[in-house]
Design a protein around this ligand. Structure first.
Ligand SMILES: Cc1cc2nc3c(=O)[nH]c(=O)nc-3n(C[C@H](O)[C@H](O)[C@H](O)COP(=O)(O)O)c2cc1C
Ligand SMILES: Nc1ncnc2c1ncn2[C@@H]1O[C@H](COP(=O)(O)OP(=O)(O)OP(=O)(O)O)[C@@H](O)[C@H]1O
Length: 306
């Protein structure tokens, strides 16, 4: 990102975990205003969730900062994602200083966009009304976006986290407006999968990122060259083969052979097919994985036909 203070930016304010439909309303508005003003569409987010520091309670997130920034770019054309380090200084910063110093002076904000319920700054004393007044006094634009609902439920990161934790991926994706996403570098597994007839790519959820309900998912993986393939993916501790308790994300990519170790791939989650189970032997596991592979193939065939 160009940190030049002379760059003019239209900036969406929030944390944007998951980049859901509510966030999308703000980000779309940012795009429209940036086009009108000839400015750069931008958004702020933080490297850690403020509640981690304020309440000292870890908040498992839907997205890593990398995925958050990438989703904002890909779906809403946000060019600059200002990833702000959330530390003691930031926690104690009065809301006025956050606007006038951090956003306007240091990051060239000429217009701010926030949601109906956005609270920010020390003790959350900044709110939409105060923000609008301060922006008017500073001579910069301000838009407050009304609440976005779906099925009479307010779209929120908190609600979507509960869905993902329960494995309700299809419903989560409806509220997100896009598939739930994990991006990571492929690491080495034990290679047992290859001998069983289903080689797998191994990914990890970064510390602090929510692990979906253990089980098997219909997913799609995107390679660095832009190609994609369906994959059937297990999330869990593999009780049949492993006693370590470490959480694995392993995808058997359909109709693919090749070396992916070291590549950064994006995995999109579409549907939970079943829970994780302890099988009596590897043959029983293998035949169930093959059945799940066919379910995945059929799932993507159905969605492509629609
Ligand atoms: C689609 C899929 C479903 C799986 N389901 C289970 C399961 O229900 N229980 C289990 O213990 N392991 C499950 N596994 C994990 C396998 O035990 C593991 O992939 C296999 O032992 C190979 O491990 P490796 O990649 O470390 O060589 C599953 C793996 C895949 C790809
Ligand atoms: N459903 C929504 N409709 C409109 N704006 C929203 C909606 N949800 C969030 N926003 C706005 O998007 C910005 C980012 O919000 P934030 O990251 O706190 O998301 P959130 O979904 O409300 O999170 P949480 O569930 O953790 O409270 C804020 O300005 C917020 O007001």
């Amino acid at each position: 990102m160009d940190t030049n203070e002379n760059v003019r930016r239209v900036v969406a304010l929030g944390f944007f975990d998951g980049v859901h439909l509510g966030h999308g309303a703000l980000l779309r508005r940012v795009g429209a205003i940036a086009a009108q003003k000839g400015a750069v569409p931008a958004a702020v987010t933080f490297d850690t969730h403020p509640t981690n520091l304020i309440l000292n309670v870890p908040m498992p997130l839907l997205t890593s900062p990398l995925d958050r920034a990438e989703l904002m770019r890909r779906y809403y054309g946000i060019r600059d994602v200002i990833v702000t380090h959330f530390d003691e200084r930031m926690m104690h910063m009065p809301w006025q200083e956050f606007v006038t110093q951090y956003l306007v002076k240091e990051n060239g904000a000429v217009h701010l966009v926030a949601g109906h319920d956005f609270h920010f700054g020390y003790k959350g004393e900044g709110n939409p009304e105060r923000l609008a007044q301060l922006c008017a006094a500073q001579g910069i634009g301000c838009d407050i976006v009304p609440k976005v609902e779906r099925d009479h439920i307010t779209v929120s990161s908190t609600y979507i986290r509960t869905l993902i934790a329960q494995g309700e991926i299809e419903r989560a994706n409806q509220f997100l407006g896009h598939p739930h996403t994990l991006t990571d570098r492929v690491s080495h597994g034990k290679k047992l999968g290859s001998t069983l007839g289903f080689p797998t790519v191994n990914l990890r959820f970064q510390p602090g990122v929510l692990v979906p309900a253990f089980g098997v998912y219909a997913t799609r993986v995107f390679f660095e060259n832009g190609d994609s393939r369906p994959a059937v993916t297990n999330v869990g501790v593999r009780p049949t083969v492993d006693d370590g308790g470490r959480v694995n994300v392993e995808g058997f990519i359909l109709d693919f052979s090749g070396d992916l170790y070291g590549q950064t791939i994006r995995m999109e989650f579409y549907k939970r097919l079943r829970g994780e189970r302890k099988f009596p032997n590897l043959e029983a596991l293998r035949s169930e994985v093959m059945r799940n592979a066919e379910q995945t193939r059929a799932y993507f065939k159905r969605t492509e036909e629609r």
